[in-house]
Design a protein around this ligand. Sequence first.
Ligand code: NAD
Length: 419
Amino acid sequence: MSTVEWRSPASEMAVQQFDIAAAKLNLDANVAARLRRPERALIVSVPTRMDNGHVQVFTGFRVQHNDVLGPFKGGIRYHPEVNLGEVSALAMWMTWKCSLVGLPLGGGKGGVACDPATLSRHELQSMTRRYTAEILNFIGPDVDVPAPDMGTNEQVMAWIMDTYSQHKGHAVAEIVTGKPVSIGGTLGRREATGRGLVYTIIEAAKHINMDLSKCTAVVQGFGNVGSVAVKELAHIGVKIIGVSDRTGGFYDAKGLPVDKLLEVADKNHSLEGCPYGEKITNEELLELKCDVLVPAALEMQITRINAARIQCRILAEGANGPTTPEADIILRDKGVFVIPDVLANAGGVVVSYFEWVQDLQNFFWTEDEVNHKLRDILMKAFLQVLDMSRKQDVDMRLAALMIGINRVATAMLWRGLYA
Ligand code: NAD
């Protein structure tokens, strides 16, 4: 993303990661020049009537990075700091992720700059429907299929599906994934990212000879990804000693009561006022001594400033882009085993792909089928990344990016440059 339009700290970081992998792959320079920036980006105004009668105009984005392998696929983020550069970085990471796990999909992402926690249900619905109407001609079941990301959920996906369907005159379930099961969603999608993350942690623990039943974990972010990761880790006997969300963190060396934390979050939509453990900041949380650290909130949480103080053995990236390239070098020197985002959180897009396939066929699977297929795909990808990292003597992130980028580049070379 060499031009100013796409520039932001996140997009600079995504390009920096790409350049490192492209150099190691000796990537064709013409292909690299195309992959450093998105294919297309749309910025829309989203006028929304607020409950007080005023119209507030939000800014929305949809970025399509690369679709050489198949339709663009990627979540929609509602967060105050959403901007074109961040969405472009997230779209690029989606391209590598889909390619790495072998999906016939490309990379896209969308978002609206807003704080969903301050919007009423009515305002959220109106904003979502207008955003959908504004990007309607840009998306489509064969073109670009959105999904949930930070700040959006199955209700938001249901409104997007309904708005798109009203315009087409019939139900189009396959326009989004992460929908409620009753309108064409798949079993296991809500849990997929956190569950997939834990599958990769199990593989990593085997690889470094770590007995997870004697381990501790710290999780930043208690939303879709973080809360499911906490639940699944606790289920396999890992002691959860720290959790956090945007209101702050909680720590107990003896272990936090996971079921009770889930109840609090379910009731209050945040951990605020949680009566368990000692209150700590998000910065302190990341530096707690633990076996497994799971950042599952925003990007760029582990940087050259705090990387030296990170004390985990496995860093499993639930969030997209939580670790900067400078921090990667420090973590590698410290011997931290990093499961990179494009692998660790790929469970979400894998099961989104399953949902899209089921919708297109109108034929639905059991949750066991979904989970088994998810596990097979992630285990295969994990072993491929590990193998590449050994053969090329590179860390897991570089290995994962090299595999993902190389497959995209190979397809681009076969298809050639149109006109
Ligand atoms: P979510 O909105 O469900 O939850 C986000 C959580 O992070 C909330 O608990 C929120 O309070 C917390 N948070 C926000 N700002 C924070 C801060 N500054 N410090 C600490 N916590 C903070 O979002 P999600 O779907 O769980 O997504 C989390 C991350 O996982 C994002 O990076 C997203 O891109 C990535 N991801 C999500 C999916 C998915 O399927 N939902 C898939 C792959 C990757």
